[in-house]
Design a protein around this ligand. Structure first.
Ligand SMILES: Cc1ncc(COP(=O)(O)O)c(C=O)c1O
Length: 373
């Protein structure tokens, strides 16, 4: 089967001369990675840029967002017999890493304004075995962190924020990923900045930061002295070099995304069959994805956009609990009506920095035409 790349794809990495020059420096240095506890020169430089951008005391670079979530669970001591509360309306990694840590993911429904964890359902799903909660800042819109933090405090749960999609998003002026115990980010190619693959964690807890550095490096500090279980989760130096350059470009990327999101909202407003995304009062989204809901005709609109060169995409259908890995077990046999609704009706439209104002007009008029066709 041949597939043509859409003229306006849903996402597109922006890699320039600066990234190429830094990669060349790494190649010329010959130091492609470092198994030292603190990481290589470029890893440390990247971590510093994250610390200054997010105001977290510590950033720990790893080789994917999945590794970040897994490292967070290991560092917090989550183990077999424990339960971790997660949404099902997310990428698989949120729940899969709980299974990888030997614990049980317990699925919580979402609210349908921003598609993040519903706090009433969260309270209902807590048991004596609950150990941690993993809110996801889906599409780059912050979850309801005040309410989640209050429930977590009352029930002695750790908070791992899945901030894979939300670098640059803020909740009451604080960077997402710095509100709970640990924040987990992804540098995958579709994210607001990328090194191809990659990820990092943020925390302001001294002991957790030290543990996370051990977990990413098989527990080693000085040679074979592992006292905690870890794995090789290290970010290679070339990826760290790319990620450092991308961090410097992040503010301009975020500005372009916001400009596009605002313009698209202006052009789509008033359409009865489309529910537009919005920012909650205390929230600043990073517009990682601009996601509308089309309660009547999502798939028809998606196909129409695709046939007109616009890469609209559905995240996530099926939701995690409906994938065979989960649906065939007791973990997946759970009623999540709002998750099911969202998975049938959401559609993400392109607003990434390569999308021009003319492209935005094309996207909006094509959506209108699709609804009228
Ligand atoms: C919500 C969410 N969690 C976790 C991940 C995992 O990140 P990665 O693909 O870098 O492993 C992703 C991204 O793909 C994601 O979108």
């Amino acid at each position: 089967m041949t597939t043509t790349k859409p003229a306006i794809p849903i996402n597109s990495p922006i890699i320039g001369e600066e990234e190429r020059a830094e990669v060349m420096k790494v190649l010329e240095s010959g130091a492609l990675t470092s198994a030292s506890a603190e990481g290589g020169e470029y890893v440390r430089r990247f971590q510093k840029s994250v610390e200054s951008f997010t105001s977290a005391r510590y950033a720990v670079a790893v080789n994917s967002g999945t590794s970040a979530l897994y490292a967070a669970l290991l560092a917090l001591g989550v183990k077999a017999g424990d339960e971790v509360l997660v949404p099902s309306f997310t990428f698989l990694a949120t729940a899969n890493t709980v299974l990888l840590a030997g614990a049980k993911p317990v699925f919580v429904d979402i609210e349908t304004t921003h598609y993040t964890m519903d706090t009433e359902d969260l309270e209902k799903k807590i048991t004596d075995r609950s150990r941690a909660v993993m809110p996801v800042h889906l599409y780059g819109h912050p979850a309801q962190m005040d309410q989640i933090a209050e429930i977590a405090e009352k029930k002695s749960l750790s908070i791992i924020e899945d901030a894979a999609q939300s670098l640059g998003a803020n909740y009451r002026g604080r960077a997402t990923g710095t509100i709970g115990d640990i924040g987990c980010f992804s540098l995958y190619a579709s994210k607001v900045i990328t090194s191809g693959e990659g990820g990092f964690l943020t925390t302001s807890d001294d002991a957790l930061a030290a543990r996370l550095k051990m977990v990413r490096n098989h527990g080693m500090i000085h040679g074979y002295d592992s006292a905690v279980l870890g794995a090789n989760l290290r970010l290679p130096e070339m990826e760290a070099a790319i990620a450092s350059v991308q961090m410097a470009k992040l503010p301009s990327f975020l500005e372009a995304r916001r400009r596009n999101a605002v313009a698209l909202t202006g052009l789509l407003e008033g359409l009865e069959q489309v529910i537009l995304p919005s920012e909650g009062g205390e929230c600043e989204a990073n517009w990682s994805l601009y996601t509308v809901a089309l309660p009547e005709n999502r798939d028809k609109v998606k196909d129409y956009l695709a046939s007109n060169g616009i890469g609209a995409a559905v995240y996530y259908d099926p939701p995690v609990h409906r994938t065979p890995l989960y649906s065939e077990t007791e973990i997946g046999r759970v009623a999540l009506p709002r998750t099911e609704w969202a998975s049938r009706h959401v559609l993400s439209l392109p607003v990434h920095p390569r999308v021009s104002q003319d492209d935005i007009k094309t996207v909006a008029s094509t959506v209108r035409n699709a609804l009228e066709s």
